[in-house]
Design a protein around this ligand. Structure first.
Ligand SMILES: Nc1nc2c(ncn2[C@@H]2O[C@H](COP(=O)(O)OP(=O)(O)OP(=O)(O)O)[C@@H](O)[C@H]2O)c(=O)[nH]1
Length: 344
């Protein structure tokens, strides 16, 4: 009998810390396993898959949309291809931050009809400090990701300010999801293997809470027990990304640190739109850097990435013309400069 391929879903809102957690699990928990990673990104330029170039794993990306609407077919096909061509022990799935977790679960169960795979962990990563803010400003799928997670992992706990109350944050999460274990240790202080084992234990629970009210017009179980109407409903493209848009840029400009800080400042200004997430690789005098921006918080990290500069901005009411001006293209090769907005 063939061994079942385990599927670990690492979900969470934009910038929650999914990629950071996957890195930790690769280094501390998935040792010795043959791992495949399925990356689903909302913007039309993929960024995250380049972050895993140093690992001996198979990375497949599904960009320019999300699993929960137009890409279910691509996603299911992607899982089947990984199983058939790579035969991994485990597939890690990182859905876009603006997707409905239950739809990713549904798509996995659909994929399981024709492949020896089994859902193993369903983790939702929640940035501890941002929880109260994002509950207010982000949208329904933020709440639903917390509701549907089988394990909640709090990220950036060490970044909490003195006046942030961790107990209050945990109670807020508990109110949405009364049963999932909540792991609230700073990433540095918890062993990845221990974290995985906890997530696997709660992932194994058959009980599934998909009977709550939500803004889909259907209910379903985790076990793939869907009637025909529900299938129809899910497999139709849905226009429900709640007004989120993305702009993607390629630029070969050489940036100074001061210019990147200025970029962060511009991304924070309301004249640019409501920007939740921006990320990319930019060239600087001292080499490529990975640039992370999460709702006003910016970070620059040296990177071994060697491709062209690229940058994705995700938010609502994006002022495209203003944003376009922040990414001057190289006049020697205008083709590298590219701006698009996708339809959600
Ligand atoms: N210090 C610290 N920083 C974190 C932690 N988790 C995430 N971050 C930072 O938050 C930013 C976003 O982290 P990612 O892991 O890229 O988040 P993501 O959920 O994959 O983001 P998307 O690309 O939007 O899917 C980065 O600047 C990280 O360094 C954490 O536990 N501790």
């Amino acid at each position: 009998m063939t061994n079942m391929v385990k599927i670990d879903i690492i979900s969470g809102f934009l910038g929650a810390g999914k990629t950071t957690l996957i890195n930790k699990l690769l280094q501390e928990a998935y040792i010795g396993e043959k791992i495949a990673l399925l990356e689903n990104e909302f913007g039309e330029i993929a960024i995250d898959s380049d972050l895993f170039a140093d690992y001996d794993i198979k990375v497949k990306e599904i960009a320019n949309g999300c699993i929960c609407c137009t890409l279910q077919g691509d996603f299911i096909k992607g899982i089947h291809e990984l199983v058939r061509e790579y035969a991994p022990d485990r597939i890690i799935i990182e859905p876009t931050g603006i997707s409905h977790l239950k739809d990713t679960i549904y798509a996995c169960n659909e994929a399981a009809r024709d492949a020896d795979i089994q859902l193993n962990c369903i983790i939702t990563v929640v940035d501890a400090a941002m929880f109260p803010v994002f509950m207010d400003v982000s949208g329904e799928f933020y709440r639903q990701q917390v509701v549907d997670g089988r394990t909640i992992v709090l990220s950036a706990v060490q970044n909490l300010e003195e006046n942030d109350d961790l107990d209050e944050i945990i109670s807020g999460i508990r109110a949405l999801n009364p049963t999932a274990p909540i792991i609230a240790e700073p990433y540095d202080e918890i062993d990845g293997l221990e974290l995985l084992q906890m997530a696997e234990e709660s992932g194994m629970l058959k009980e599934c809470r998909h009977d709550h009210e939500h803004n889909h017009d259907h209910d379903h179980n985790c076990d793939g027990d869907h009637d025909q109407d529900n299938n129809q409903d899910h497999l139709q493209p849905r226009q429900d990304n709640e007004g989120f848009r993305s702009c993607s840029f390629r630029t070969d400009k050489v940036w100074t640190e001061a210019e990147i800080s200025e970029l962060f400042q511009k991304l924070t200004e309301s004249s640019s739109g409501l920007i939740f997430r921006a990320k990319g690789f930019l060239n600087t005098e001292s080499g490529m850097v990975k640039v992370n921006f999460v709702y006003g918080r910016g970070e620059i990290i040296p990177s071994t990435y060697t491709g062209p500069g690229k940058f994705v901005i995700i938010g609502k009411d994006l002022a495209e013309t203003t944003l376009e001006k922040l990414f001057p293209g190289n006049s020697a090769d205008q083709k590298l400069f590219n701006v698009r907005t996708i339809r959600s």
